[in-house]
Design a protein around this ligand. Structure first.
Ligand SMILES: [Zn+2]
Ligand SMILES: [Zn+2]
Length: 65
């Protein structure tokens, strides 16, 4: 699934690091060209999640049980 970018249509929108949870603002251009997406400043991870990922993530649903 990497390389698809995200479904967020907004020019600037937040993403969360999938490893440490740090939040960072991304532009639609960055999401469309994942090669220039920066790594997480806290843990150097590049597993950025968006709001849609957060709502559909299995661990999120487990939290709601
Ligand atoms: Zn995005
Ligand atoms: Zn991180």
């Amino acid at each position: 699934m990497t390389g698809d970018g995200c479904q967020d249509p907004r020019d600037i929108h937040p993403h969360w690091c999938g490893f440490c949870g740090a939040r960072q603002m991304f532009t639609a251009l960055q999401c469309a060209q994942l090669l220039i997406v920066p790594s997480c400043p806290r843990c150097s991870g590049t597993d950025w999640r968006n709001e849609i990922d957060d709502l559909t993530a299995p661990d999120y649903r487990e939290d709601r049980q």
